[in-house]
Write a protein that binds this ligand. Structure first.
Ligand SMILES: Cc1cc2nc3c(=O)[nH]c(=O)nc-3n(C[C@H](O)[C@H](O)[C@H](O)COP(=O)(O)O)c2cc1C
Length: 367
């Protein structure tokens, strides 16, 4: 049997294979960030399709951290009931589901938050709005908000949480010298830039204990001038392991990284796939917790090679599972043709337009 279909344990969470549905902002929540039956159906479809672990789209831990309309929220206890319907539905299908906790920092949308975006430094965010430099009080409140969100996640029946510290959202902004120009204890060296992330992990552990999976998604590199580089990223990863993180999902890029963005296009040949493999391997060589690799994986042999060659322990897929939620069962059944996803990233548009994420190419072709 392929190693990809081995059963594994991640801090007590049993996973039936090594495939992960990468966090995908679905754009299917209510305007207040509540879950909806449509979102629950999408998760049920993924669980039915055989993926070992589902990671939800990024959920905002405070209202001020909201990035996009119809984004799922986890900022208030009133949201727990809706989230519980989601976890119950996935568990009924013998699936596992982790919620991605996020704050968009300087990428927050002021039209939604009615407030200035917060960031490590007062500078123009990628959306053209000037962010307000966070005070120590703002940092402490945000750290506590992540802790409270993790407690809600546990109460709602999630199997764990994943911190979104990638793609130039708040925690990634702190890690990146391109966005973090602070001169206090939260800026400068990688130890200082990682301080808020370590504090978030401590706040979460205080609220949920040791026996609850806490994952993190982070950039191996920003691919930005003056941005986070691989050596610092691996060092941050080591510190996070020491602080109690159970697994690291290695991604890369920001929305300002041009062609080297997190969701790259034009993945034609097998050699175009797994475009963060160098970064993942560097993490895997130096950090002794499970590594998840994301980014452009489309072929079964490529996925298998990544695990067999010790690049990563788990394989994370986003766009392929938008088009084919049943991809993992298809591969398991022996149909090993590559994912039908064409990686044009047009799926972002309906997600951001309140139509809910879907494969635009598939819909156009009427397939
Ligand atoms: C529509 C869409 C929404 C996404 N939403 C998130 C998100 O909420 N959180 C996150 O960490 N990454 C998000 N991503 C990035 C993916 O998780 C993934 O890192 C990236 O697309 C590369 O993987 P892929 O080639 O398998 O699509 C999103 C990507 C797409 C296409």
């Amino acid at each position: 049997m392929s190693k990809l279909f081995e059963t594994t344990q991640l801090n007590g969470m049993t996973l039936k294979n090594r495939f992960v549905r990468a966090a995908t902002a679905e754009g299917m929540a209510t305007v207040d960030g509540e879950s909806t039956p449509r979102l629950v159906n999408l998760m049920t479809g993924l669980a039915d399709g055989g993926v070992g672990l589902i990671i939800t789209g990024h959920t905002y831990v405070t209202k001020r951290g909201q990035a996009t309309p119809w984004q799922l929220g986890i900022y208030d206890d009133k949201l727990i009931t809706g989230l519980r319907a989601m976890t119950d539905a996935v568990h009924e299908k013998d699936g596992r589901i982790v919620v991605q906790l996020a704050h968009s920092g300087m990428l927050a949308n002021p039209k939604l938050t009615n407030d200035a975006p917060l960031g490590p430094s007062a500078m123009e965010g990628l959306n053209g709005v000037i962010a307000q430099e966070m005070t120590i009080g703002d940092i402490q409140k945000t750290v506590e908000a992540f802790g409270a969100a993790a407690a809600r996640a546990r109460a709602a029946g999630f199997d764990g949480v994943e911190l979104h510290a990638a793609h130039s959202y708040l925690l990634s902004q702190f890690l990146s010298p391109a966005f973090n120009q602070r001169t206090d204890a939260y800026g400068g060296t990688i130890e200082n830039r990682a301080k808020i992330v370590l504090e978030v992990v401590q706040a979460i552990r205080k609220r949920v204990g040791e026996d609850f999976p806490v994952l993190i998604k982070m950039n191996g590199q920003d691919f930005l001038e003056g941005g986070l580089e691989l050596e610092d990223a691996v060092q941050a990863g080591s510190m996070l392991k020491e602080a109690g993180i159970d697994a690291i999902e290695v991604s890369g890029g920001t929305f300002a990284s041009g062609d080297l963005m997190p969701s790259r296009k034009d993945i034609i040949k097998e050699s175009d796939e797994a475009y963060f493999k160098t970064e993942a391997r560097a993490f895997k060589e130096r950090i002794t917790i499970p590594i998840i690799v994301v980014g452009g994986i489309r072929s079964f042999p490529v996925a298998e090679g990544l695990v067999n060659d010790h690049v990563a322990d788990y394989i994370s897929l986003c766009r392929p599972l938008i088009r084919e939620p049943g991809l993992i069962n298809r591969w398991r059944s022996g149909d090993l043709r590559k994912a039908t996803c064409v990686s044009d990233s047009k799926c972002f548009r309906p997600a951001l337009a309140g139509k809910g994420v879907y494969c635009v190419v598939e819909k156009r072709s009427g397939a």
